[in-house]
Design a protein around this ligand. Structure first.
Ligand code: SAH
Length: 352
């Protein structure tokens, strides 16, 4: 397959004609089938804490949002979710949270160890920017994968919307962090938001090139959704920016192009996409390149509080309901639920 150049990626991102886009969807779906097959892997998502020390301009969990009731799950509650994941036949649990200092290195390591001792699941962590010591400790405890989106490859835009940790002068280089995680033995996942105010078409094309350069195992792309309690709610993009829109269609183009750039990667059809089109968003994502979905296992009493953006899809459902709903959606488009962990098929991993 020919590698798409920057200009061609950008051309696809600007394409609006449905009959031409059909060709993109068809190509992405064919490569998906050839490279990762018809199985759709289920990753059970546990949103373990919405406390956050950071001030990201896009995220509703930011420390400055005083209107949010904060929660932190106990280790026993997390274990209960992991048992549910095993019962539902998932291969993976993903523990995600704000940057919460109370989730100490030792505490997280202990939870990972308990999960690994009790259930046969891959464990993915998505706990923000953490120290190398903590990442090494968690790997040692049995964690398999880490998710850290670089959010945008435009470093200037990223530094504007992602202030450094309190007491630190510089923004952490998330790309360097991902590379360090890979050296520690993690499968690494990253991704971006689509349509951030100030993000151009060229930025999105560059995001795709960076996905390819990093040879990522997992890539999540979803629309940027404005949260009213964040600084980005008050920003209208500078007229000088060739602004990419935060639309459902732009998200499908990014999913499809991600599949073409990274044929073997695991790509979720995201909740943010389902939030834009509850009826069909997940299915269209799966039909245009994606091969993973992330049913939510978070106990209903906490779910609505993990409000990274408003009107998030599926906040009132129980884990059982999410499970049944996603299974039906997968089967309705002629695909099957994946068996096993659904680990990465990276080029290099075949030779490990
Ligand atoms: N604290 C962790 C987890 C953050 S939530 C971290 O920073 O990695 C997971 C993802 O949600 C983020 O990486 C971001 O891409 C996405 N997200 C946050 N705010 C969003 C918004 N307003 N619209 C769409 N996606 C958002």
């Amino acid at each position: 397959m020919n590698i798409m150049e920057h200009a061609e990626l950008e051309r696809w991102l600007r394409e609006e004609r449905p009959e031409v886009l059909e060709e993109l969807w068809r190509r992405a779906d064919a490569i998906r089938r050839e490279m990762v097959g018809d199985e759709v892997h289920l990753r059970g998502l546990i949103e373990i804490s919405n406390h956050c020390a950071r001030q990201c301009h896009y995220c509703g969990l930011r420390a400055g949002n005083r209107d949010l009731t904060r929660y932190r799950m106990s280790a026993d509650e997390i274990l209960e979710c992991a048992r549910a994941a095993a019962r539902f036949g998932y291969g993976t649990v993903v523990m995600q949270a704000g940057e919460d200092a109370a989730l100490t290195g030792a505490w997280v390591a202990d939870v990972v160890r308990r999960i690994k001792a009790e259930v046969d699941l891959a464990v993915t962590l998505s706990l923000g920017e953490r120290s190398l010591d903590e990442l090494a400790l968690w790997k040692e405890a049995g964690a398999d994968r880490y998710l850290l989106r670089f959010e945008t490859s435009n470093a200037e835009l990223f530094s504007r919307i992602h202030p450094p940790k309190a007491g630190s002068a510089t923004v952490v280089d998330r790309v360097a962090q991902l590379q360090a995680m890979r050296s520690l033995g993690y499968e690494i996942g990253s991704g971006v938001m689509i349509g951030i105010p100030g993000q151009s078409y060229a930025d999105l094309a560059r995001d795709l090139e960076l996905f390819r350069e990093l040879d990522l195992d997992m890539i999540g792309v979803g629309p940027f959704l404005t949260h009213p309690a964040t600084p980005l709610a008050a920003i209208s993009p500078n007229a000088g920016v060739d602004q990419a829109p935060a639309t459902e269609l732009m998200t499908y183009k990014m999913v499809a192009l991600t599949r073409l750039c990274c044929p073997r990667a695991n790509l979720p059809s995201t909740t943010a996409l389902a939030t834009l089109n509850l009826a069909r968003g997940r299915e269209f994502g799966l039909l245009r390149g994606a091969n993973v979905v992330m049913p939510n296992l978070t106990p209903p009493k906490y779910r609505a509080l993990y409000e990274i953006y408003p009107a998030k899809a599926c906040v009132r459902e129980t884990a059982e309901q999410c499970h049944g709903c996603l299974r039906r959606r997968i089967e309705s488009i002629g695909r099957r639920v994946g068996q096993g962990r659904g680990s990465a098929l990276r080029k290099t991993s075949e030779f490990r």
